[in-house]
Design a protein around this ligand. Structure first.
Ligand code: F6R
Length: 256
């Protein structure tokens, strides 16, 4: 079962996630991080930048990328990862990969899987969740065994992401994303969600039936998952009292 931690606000959750990452990097300077884009993880990158730790050996693999945006488009996930993660954290740009940029798009999925394997796999995967339950860009119906591949975004996801573009019509229809099988191979999943708009998706992921209709529920098949949420995102969870009680009684020696 995922460890669910309900925090006062987004910055408390981001600070906790940053601590988990820094503990890992202290033990393994060449940690392989799985990087989500979007609004949810922004606080983690800010907290990590503030701590000023040396992250120059860290390797990074982005979860996903739009297909069809021109090179250098400010909303391509490669640009976003460079601007929000690589530069502020002092990562080595040659050690951070974004799917779809290794060669022709037809073979980009396999190429990306090979690169992740060659790096020894992802140690810690940061995840957000879409209002329709997607993780990465694995929309409802995605196979739990899926690997990195080109997919089609739902209308709901394109509308949610329209805030980064001038209109919903400018949000690409296609994307390339790590599959649920790829994500499940990471050693530790850290899923964050904030606000009531994410409450249904979080309840389905953490407590709902394990079903392809709720891609986030794939986390229930993983042995090491940490879910960091605020009160809004936790508002549809049935077992809130237990999560709070378990957190209050967590043995001191036990890390997240
Ligand atoms: C982004 C990603 C997506 C987002 C999700 C939530 O790389 O994989 O699954 O995490 O769409 O987006 P935000 O955080 O913007 O609400």
């Amino acid at each position: 079962m995922a460890e669910v931690v309900i925090l006062d606000d987004e910055s408390a959750a981001a600070g906790l996630a940053a601590n988990v990452i820094l503990d890992l990097v202290r033990r393994k300077p060449a940690t392989v991080l799985g990087l989500a884009t979007g609004s949810t993880p922004l606080g983690i990158w800010l907290a990590l930048a503030d701590r000023g730790a040396d992250l120059s050996d860290v390797r990074g693999f982005a979860l996903d990328e739009y297909v069809g945006l021109p090179d250098g488009h400010p909303q391509s996930y490669r640009s976003v990862i460079t601007r929000e993660v690589v530069e502020p954290l002092g990562l080595d740009p040659n050690r951070v990969m974004v799917p779809g940029h290794l060669g022709p798009i037809e073979t980009a999925g396999n190429d990306y899987e090979r690169a992740i394997r060659a790096a020894g796999g992802v140690d810690l995967q940061v995840l957000g969740i879409g209002t329709d339950g997607h993780i990465g860009f694995n929309e409802p119906g995605s196979s739990f065994e899926s690997l990195t591949r080109v997919k089609t975004l739902t209308r709901q996801t394109r509308e949610d992401n329209a805030r980064f573009f001038d209109s919903v019509d400018e949000v690409p229809v296609n994307c390339i994303t790590q599959g649920l099988g790829t994500i499940r191979r990471a050693k530790h999943l850290v899923l964050l969600a904030f606000g009531e708009a994410k409450a249904k998706a979080i309840a389905a992921a953490v407590e709902g039936p394990v079903t392809a209709s709720a891609p986030g529920s794939a986390i229930q098949l993983h042995p090491h998952v940490t879910v960091l949420v605020d009160g809004g995102a936790a508002s549809e969870l049935a077992n809130v009292d237990y999560y709070r009680y378990a957190w209050a009684n967590k043995p001191e020696w036990e890390s997240l």
